[in-house]
Design a protein around this ligand. Structure first.
Ligand SMILES: [Zn+2]
Length: 214
């Protein structure tokens, strides 16, 4: 089962990816994680990425694709994987398609988590995370039992720093301009599945699973 998760910031891609990972026993591939790992391991691609990142520039697509390719080759991806946060634009999606064809693989489903802009702003402005264990909370949809304290480990919750309104609008704009066109791209390939990201995390997950079983 090879999946791509699409959706604007705040749609809950990370949360759904984690749940899918548990259910289908396939790894979640996030470009941020594999970049960090490659830099840490000082691989050839990691070293290239580090030079670019140290200069404050975006890591070029060919490096990211190279890392994804290396990651997909690993044994734990045999049964599939979940791409979370990649591709972000049409150029990346085209390169990803080419790479997968070379590897004789294909994406089974592209799950598009749909949520409107107003809702995104509401969700993102109330988020907090636990720096100790990575648990995520939200003041309305997933409040911690004790305000400011992690349910899981008792860590002191931190507000997400990038979650101010201006940054959110900017991220939404970038999403609408660059990433949203991917819906059309994957629709043409015939594997796009839309899920309304509304209601509880569990409700959304059950709808995601229905789309995967189709
Ligand atoms: Zn915690």
């Amino acid at each position: 089962m090879r999946l791509i998760l699409l959706g604007p910031p705040g749609a809950g891609k990370g949360t759904q990816a984690k749940m899918l990972k548990e259910k289908f026993k396939i790894p979640q591939i996030s470009t941020g994680d594999i970049l960090r790992q490659a830099v840490k391991d000082n691989t050839e691609l990691g070293a290239r990425a580090k030079i670019v990142m140290d200069a404050g520039q975006l890591v070029p697509d060919d490096v990211v694709i190279g890392l994804i390719k290396e990651r997909i080759r690993q044994a734990d991806c045999k049964a599939g994987f979940i791409l979370d946060g990649f591709p972000r634009n049409i150029a990346q999606a085209e390169k990803l398609s080419e790479t997968l064809i070379e590897m004789s693989l294909k994406i089974d489903k592209v799950i598009d988590l749909e949520v409107n802009a107003e809702e995104v702003v509401n969700r993102l402005t109330g988020r907090s995370t636990c720096p100790e264990c990575g648990a995520m909370f939200h003041h309305i949809s997933r409040p911690p039992k004790v305000s400011g304290v992690c349910d899981g480990c008792g860590g002191k919750l931190e507000q997400r720093l990038d979650d101010n309104r201006e940054t959110i609008h900017e991220r939404l704009k970038v999403y609408m301009e660059s990433t949203a066109p991917l819906k059309e791209f994957y629709k043409k390939q015939g594997n796009l599945k839309m899920v309304e990201a509304k209601g509880s995390v569990e409700d959304i997950f059950s709808n995601v699973c229905k789309m995967i079983d189709v």
